[in-house]
Design a binder for this molecule. Structure first.
Ligand SMILES: [Zn+2]
Length: 182
């Protein structure tokens, strides 16, 4: 079984459009800015032989404020720039009781089954409490990038930069690998 890193998209992979006081996702390709720090971040994780997945909640698909083709164009850009194994989207409204909007674990479970992922030795990276809660339910290690929407719930690590998060995952994963071999 393989280990994976699950990345929240908005705030980790791409930056928010400037001038926003809350996490408003981009609605067009022009607003979709890959975070330059995520490029060396993913390279470092890849060197550990980890699968890289992106999960994202895009409720504006349901309300009609985000065009599906525009979202696909953004994800084409993302996949061209970054070595990502898969991208899973929850397209439902926030008020919709779907199983896939985080903190529910539907997106994670789908990836777990499809790629046969060892969740006990996998990692969730986000700037939002919903991912930390989902990671806790799934038994993954959560590494949170500090932000205004981090909440007060359970999280395993709270860090200030993606570089710090990559170093922590390297440390944790190498120790786990030694333990599994030994
Ligand atoms: Zn959903």
């Amino acid at each position: 079984m393989k280990s994976a890193v699950f990345l929240e998209r908005d705030g980790i992979v791409n930056r928010y459009p400037l001038g926003q006081s809350k996490p408003v996702p981009p609605t067009c390709v022009e607003e979709f800015q890959i975070n330059p720090e995520v490029i060396p971040f993913i390279s470092k994780l890849r060197s550990l032989n980890l699968k890289i997945f992106v999960t994202t909640h895009q409720p504006m698909l349901a309300t009609g404020d985000l065009d599906r083709r525009e979202l696909e164009r953004m994800h084409q850009i993302m996949r061209a720039r970054l070595k990502i194994d898969d991208v899973l989207i929850c397209p439902h409204e926030t008020s919709d009781p779907c199983p896939c909007a985080k903190p529910n674990t539907g997106l994670f479970k789908e990836l777990e089954h499809q790629y046969r992922i060892d969740m006990d030795h996998s990692y969730v990276v986000s700037d939002k409490w919903q991912d930390a809660a989902a990671a806790h339910s799934m038994g993954c290690v959560s590494l949170m990038l500090n932000s205004p929407w981090i909440g007060n719930g359970h999280r395993d690590y709270l860090m200030e930069t993606l570089e710090d998060i990559a170093d922590k995952i390297c440390f944790l994963h190498q120790n786990q690998t030694v333990m599994m071999v030994g």
